[in-house]
Design a protein around this ligand. Structure first.
Ligand code: GTR
Length: 421
């Protein structure tokens, strides 16, 4: 008896061990895969001109992502957006900027309330171009400024472990290297940010809270997940920026790091008002090709974060080869607007090579609009940004967004959405 029990226990632990996810980082073990021609999404007709792409290729590609990856925003009118200025300081950042907090609400009782923090340069010849991005844990992280309203924020780590980030005085300025407000303002750009949790809290609650809760109704396999909710929220913040006279809403770059990089890409893909899109270390479900299955995979991300994507995406768990779309097509949706994809050498989980390849395989769509849009065939060496209207860099270091990254994003913005002198 003891022997049988022992054997059973042995068999069970072997089974459990088999389930343990072991990421692949070996190029030799990347499964053979075929990528769809981005000009012929879903195997349909191939766009030969920009007009054909816009008429048919782009809407078909959006449909594929809505059906299989991010889910779709419910049809029907969204509750009415309203906002008020909750705070203002006209001598922020050493007197160089105006800082405001906007309280953005939807007409529904008990609906989400987004607190957008905005810095605009005081020295400006006209409305300033801006960067808009969500932050993980509250606006107080941006600057060690005692007047910024503190918010509780929390994000989910791998395996649904909630990392609780209570608003404490000590958290002020904690993310300042990720949000170099002063550097942006000195270079003539405005900065707008809000906590992603204000739009949709980052945990699986069956889509009751956040923006999802404003659209009651039955959920289906292609109902929107949290990434789509955050992306939709970014568009609403762009609506607000469009009403602020110091900001040029025609020159707003949407930016995000990691899960919020996935979000920036999806926001930019849907909303063509974003003039530029920047993906920082966005990885799986962002800029990285899913079919390579290097580092984080579709199965892994859907298990760790079941609320991020639509449930149809789960069909491709350990089955990436069957995906009718891949992430190069997400980047193609941003054409002809400037796009920057950035990776880090220490961020193998996000598959830096797969991020570069997605950019490269989106180039045929950009080529309908621009000559030689990417300008390179091979992944650039660490520390050497390269590209043109499609740009890429591989920073040396860990999964993060740093001032080095930002300096290159600002140089890119200077080229494509410059500050008016
Ligand atoms: C990781 C996740 C990544 C990335 C990252 C983040 O745990 O596996 O896809 O989104 O979180 O957003 O910090």
């Amino acid at each position: 008896m003891g022997g049988v029990a022992c054997m059973l226990a042995g068999a069970m632990s072997a089974g459990a061990a088999e389930k343990k996810f072991v990421p692949n980082y070996d190029e030799a073990k990347v499964p053979p895969y075929e990528l769809a021609d981005p000009l012929a999404p879903g195997g349909g007709g191939k766009a030969a001109t920009a007009a054909e792409w816009e008429e048919s290729g782009r809407p078909r590609t959006l449909e594929l992502f809505r059906t299989h990856v991010y889910g779709r925003v419910p049809a029907g009118d969204a509750p009415k957006l309203t906002w008020t200025v909750a705070k203002e300081n006209t001598e922020a950042l050493g007197g160089t900027a105006v800082r405001r907090e906007y309280l953005v609400r939807f007409g529904t009782e008990g609906g989400p309330e987004i607190r957008m923090l905005l810095y605009v340069p005081k020295k400006a010849a006209g409305p300033s171009p801006a960067f808009l991005g969500l932050n993980f844990r509250g606006n107080q992280l941006v600057e060690p400024d005692p007047d910024i309203t503190m918010e509780d924020g929390y994000i989910i780590g791998r395996g649904q472990a909630v990392k609780d980030h209570r608003a404490t005085e000590a958290s002020r300025g904690d993310g300042a290297t990720r949000w170099p407000a002063k550097m942006l303002v000195e270079r003539g750009y405005a900065l707008a940010t809000a906590c992603c949790g204000d739009i949709d809290p980052d945990f699986d609650d069956g889509f009751k809270n956040g923006v999802h809760g404003m659209f009651p109704g039955e959920r289906t396999g292609d109902s929107w997940g949290t990434v789509a909710g955050w992306a939709w929220g970014l568009s609403r913040l762009l609506d607000v920026l469009g009403e602020i006279e110091e900001v040029d809403a025609g020159r707003v770059a949407v930016i995000g790091h990691s899960r919020l990089g996935k979000t920036a890409l999806w926001a930019g893909a849907n909303d063509e008002r974003f003039a530029m899109v920047i993906s920082n270390n966005s990885g799986c479900g962002g800029a990285a090709l899913s079919k390579r299955a290097v580092g984080e995979t579709v199965g892994r991300i859907n298990t760790s974060f079941p609320h991020w994507f639509c449930t149809n995406f789960r069909r491709y768990n350990e089955n990436e080869g069957e995906l009718p779309v891949d992430q190069h097509q997400l980047i193609a949706l941003i054409a002809p607007r400037p796009v920057y994809v950035a990776s880090a050498t220490g961020d193998r989980w996000a598959d830096p090579k797969g991020e570069f390849l997605a950019l490269r395989h989106a180039a045929p769509v950009y080529a309908l609009y621009h000559d030689d849009p990417l300008g390179v065939d091979e992944q650039p060496a660490p520390g050497r940004p390269a590209g043109r209207v499609m740009r890429y860099h591989l920073r040396t270091g860990r999964h993060d967004i740093t001032e080095w990254d930002w300096r290159h994003y600002l140089d890119f913005a200077d080229r494509w959405m410059p500050v008016k002198q």
